[in-house]
Design a protein around this ligand. Structure first.
Ligand SMILES: Nc1ncnc2c1ncn2[C@@H]1O[C@H](COP(=O)(O)OP(=O)(O)OP(=O)(O)O)[C@@H](O)[C@H]1O
Ligand SMILES: [Mg+2]
Length: 245
């Protein structure tokens, strides 16, 4: 790889291995993510997606191989993980270095449409609001790499669609690199520049999505890509359709 290519990368992983006991959950995995690129990661349950994300977030140190990530990175998980004894804005700035926490929290909360909730306790938030608070907590770190582990997994269908729009809009504005772990093939295709399929400890496939945004589910190219990804996951369109119905 040339120096120029390297310069364009937000994430560079080479030969990454993570073992739990005898089993290599991640097995000499390579991955590049360009600066500003939106990448979705799909794969069967237990294949190692969260493990990879935790490594990129620097939350797991039992690895071998090379991992380069930006200094400024932030992560949001499926569960919002808010501290019940701290107000919403204090949750947003928990552990944040530097000053003017209130001002920075307010700006991040405004970005996710939650200015009016800044002083309340987490217990009064709806599921979608709690998830947006978690997103604000990631954004306040002004990340060059945003790591999202099924952030919409626990939301109802309508709230989920709104949250997907919000993430698309935030990404258009900020242009940080994003790695989104999701179980939802349509979500991956609606949002990402590229969809990665993880299998047997490596990135088995990388599928570019060149469709214009905003994307439509009824676009025939979208439908073809959805079919291809479901095939790769070993799920037939029939079963996927029944589950969505
Ligand atoms: N700390 C740990 N100790 C032992 N095994 C672990 C640990 N963390 C993860 N694993 C194992 O590694 C495998 C991959 O887990 P991981 O959470 O990365 O899967 P995943 O792809 O995110 O799955 P899901 O889609 O269900 O969230 C699983 O078999 C899991 O049991
Ligand atoms: Mg997981």
């Amino acid at each position: 790889m040339s120096g120029r290519d390297n310069h364009d990368l937000a994430v560079r992983v080479r030969g990454l291995t993570r073992r739990f006991g005898e089993r290599a959950v991640i097995d000499t995995l390579d991955l590049d993510i360009r600066k500003g690129e939106f990448v979705a990661l799909i794969g069967a349950s237990g294949c190692g997606k969260s493990t990879l994300l935790r490594i990129l977030a620097d939350l797991d140190h039992g690895i071998t191989g090379e991992v380069r990530v930006p200094r400024r990175r932030a992560v949001a998980f499926q569960a919002p993980r808010l501290m019940p004894w701290k107000s919403v804005w204090r949750n947003v700035t928990l552990g944040l270095p530097g000053g003017d926490h209130r001002g920075r929290a307010e700006a991040a909360l405004a970005e996710v449409g939650l200015s009016h909730r800044s002083d309340v306790w987490p217990k009064v938030l709806s599921g979608g609001e709690a998830q947006r608070t978690s997103l604000a907590r990631a954004l306040v770190r002004d990340p060059d790499l945003l790591l999202l582990d099924e952030p919409f997994g626990a939301l109802d269908a309508l709230t989920r669609i709104k949250a997907q729009h919000l993430v698309a809009e935030l990404w258009q504005r900020r242009r940080c690199a994003v790695l989104l772990v999701t179980h939802d093939v349509e979500e991956a295709l609606l949002l990402a520049d590229r969809v990665l399929v993880m299998r047997e400890g490596v990135i088995a496939r990388s599928i570019p999505v060149t469709l214009d945004r905003p994307r439509r589910l009824d676009n025939p190219v979208f439908a073809a890509l959805r079919g291809e990804l479901l095939d790769l996951l070993g799920v037939s369109e029939d079963v996927a359709g029944r589950r969505a119905a």
